[in-house]
Write a protein that binds this ligand. Structure first.
Ligand code: FES
Length: 120
C-alpha cells in the first residue's frame, strides 16, 4: 500500500466540481462526480492547462481549452484533440477527509478491458 496524504476536507470539494491541490510537486485535481471522489493529474495531456478548471459531468472532466473529456476512473480521453491519458490516483475518504496516494493505482475492481462502452 502506498502512502496516503490528506489533501483536503471532503466539504471543500464541490459536488460535480473539482478542487486543485498540490502533493509535493504534483498538481492534482480532486473531483466529485457520480457520487464518488476521484483524483486526476491536474494537467491536460494535450497542453499545459489545469483540468480542475473544466466542467465535470458523468464521471468525466472536460478540458476547458479544447474540450477533450477525460474519464475520471481511467484518465483516458474520450475525444480529440487529446490522445494520451492523464494519470489518475488512488483516493480514500476517511471521515470528512480526502486522502490521496500518488503511488497506489486506483481500485479498479472491474476489469479495465471489459468496461469500454462504445461512444457514438
Ligand atoms: S489543452 Fe486540453 S484538450 Fe487541448
Amino acid at each position: 500500500m502506498g502512502e496516503y496524504v490528506r489533501v483536503c476536507a471532503l466539504g471543500e470539494v464541490p459536488e460535480d466540481g473539482a478542487l486543485h491541490v498540490d502533493i509535493g510537486d504534483t498538481p492534482v485535481a480532486v473531483v466529485r462526480a457520480c457520487g464518488e471522489v476521484f483524483a486526476i493529474h491536474d494537467v491536460c495531456s494535450h497542453a499545459d492547462v489545469p483540468l480542475s478548471e473544466g466542467d465535470v459531468e458523468d464521471c468525466t472532466i472536460e478540458c476547458w481549452l479544447h474540450g477533450s473529456r477525460f474519464d475520471l476512473r481511467t484518465g483516458k480521453p474520450s475525444g480529440l484533440p487529446a490522445i494520451r491519458p492523464v494519470p489518475v490516483y488512488a483516493v480514500r475518504v476517511d471521515g470528512g477527509d480526502v486522502l490521496i496516494s500518488l503511488t497506489d493505482s486506483p481500485d479498479s475492481s472491474d476489469s479495465p478491458d471489459s468496461s469500454q462502452e462504445p461512444s457514438a
